[in-house]
Design a protein around this ligand. Structure first.
Ligand code: GDP
Length: 355
């Protein structure tokens, strides 16, 4: 196919340049042409396609991603996590605004485990990031509200590819610090920020849950009013504690930073640390190596996801699984034996099918 890049920068008038087809079905080529020319509407529609449950949509989404891949990979990918209420959206709103002022184009994506579990969403429901949401240089997209965490994470990886192809040079992946989702996020970003409010006890939880090992920059939010003294103490405690953590693969010693989105303070210092970090990982080659490892992990996750999906959609398995589940519950067979038997049946069936 022929991709005509009209303008590498995001062009607000792009809709006029490209033929707009309301309610019509676009071809994969048309999507890609729109995306690489910064057409946000096409980008949104393509993301909706990849979040769809329809096979035809997914097939088209696969084609689009494949064609967008050569245009991707040039952004800084930043993960941001913290418990609900720590101030993530307020932080990202101001942090993002500063980036835009410095001529960056930012995409903010969310991985929300609550949406996977309940169909509801901690991250998506409120009116969030009002300063950046309306800006042409920002693209804010909540996570899909269905599917497993693994599925949502996989779609986020694909969404990163599309956003990068659309010219966004900074991708922020936000997640709620309540469980597995940080691990998913850390497997797709270059830099991982952990947000805390000093004196709430969350910071101790962070240490316990092993999240600190993933953290590159620890950010104390709400460093204003009565919090200032608490933050000062917490910063010293953390800087001491961080020395006892094992060396990171990136060889970067995590740093602590204090900000207030309300008072717009601490963000210059934070940006200096971020620059130091990217210089560090660029110089020592970690950024390249890490992305290679992440691609391999993506491959691995895809293999497991696809096999799992195929397994549970297999008619023979569907027929057997109810009976076997009952037998396990009644303690008639062990789960280990049952799993082996089911896999044997599945493999037998796929072999017969391929003959
Ligand atoms: P999220 O759930 O982590 O996205 O947190 P929000 O950004 O929604 O913020 C939670 C609460 O903290 C809101 O009431 C905010 O107004 C408040 N908040 C956010 N940033 C600051 C800050 O810099 N200082 C103070 N004092 N409050 C803040």
């Amino acid at each position: 196919m022929k991709i005509i890049v009209v303008n590498k920068n995001i062009n607000p008038n792009i809709k006029k340049l490209l033929i707009s087809k309301k309610n019509e079905i676009f071809s994969a080529d048309e999507y890609v042409n729109g995306i690489v020319n910064g057409n946000r509407n096409m980008l949104s529609k393509a993301i909706t396609l990849l979040e769809s449950n329809l096979n035809d949509d997914l097939k088209k989404a696969d084609q689009i991603i494949k064609m967008c891949l050569p245009f991707s990979g040039k952004s800084r990918r930043i993960g941001i996590t913290g418990v609900p209420g720590v101030g993530k959206s307020t932080f990202i709103d101001y942090f993002g605004l500063k980036l835009i002022e410095n001529n960056h184009k930012i995409a903010v994506l969310a991985i929300d485990p609550s949406s996977s579990l309940s169909g509801g969403s901690i991250l998506g429901d409120k009116t969030r990031m009002e300063s950046i949401s309306g800006k042409i240089e920002a693209f804010v997209r909540p996570s899909p509200t269905s599917g497993t965490l693994g599925g949502v994470a996989s779609k986020t990886r694909e969404t990163i590819v599309l956003c990068e192809a659309a010219g966004f040079d900074t991708i922020i992946i936000e997640t709620v610090g309540v469980g597995q989702s940080e691990i998913a996020v850390s497997s797709m970003v270059d830099l991982f920020l952990m947000l805390f409010v000093a004196g709430t006890g969350d910071e101790l939880q962070g240490i316990k849950r092993g999240i600190m090992e993933m953290t590159d920059i620890l950010v104390f939010t709400k460093n204003d009013g009565a919090n200032i003294d608490r933050t000062k103490v917490a910063k010293i405690q953390f800087e001491t504690a961080l020395k006892f953590f094992s060396t990171k693969e990136s060889n970067w010693l995590p740093k602590v930073c204090c900000v207030s989105a309300f008072e717009k303070s601490g963000f210059n210092e934070l940006n200096v640390i971020i620059e130091q970090y990217f210089n560090h990982i660029t110089k020592n080659g970690f950024i390249v190596q890490n992305r290679k490892n992440q691609s391999l992990q993506w491959l691995n996750d895809q293999i497991i996801d696809n096999l799992k999906k195929d397994f549970y959609q297999n008619e023979t398995i569907k027929k057997s699984i109810t009976k076997i589940t009952q037998q396990i519950v009644n303690q008639q067979i062990s789960p280990i034996y049952a799993a082996k038997e089911l896999i044997k049946k599945y493999l037998q069936q796929t072999r017969d099918f391929n003959k």
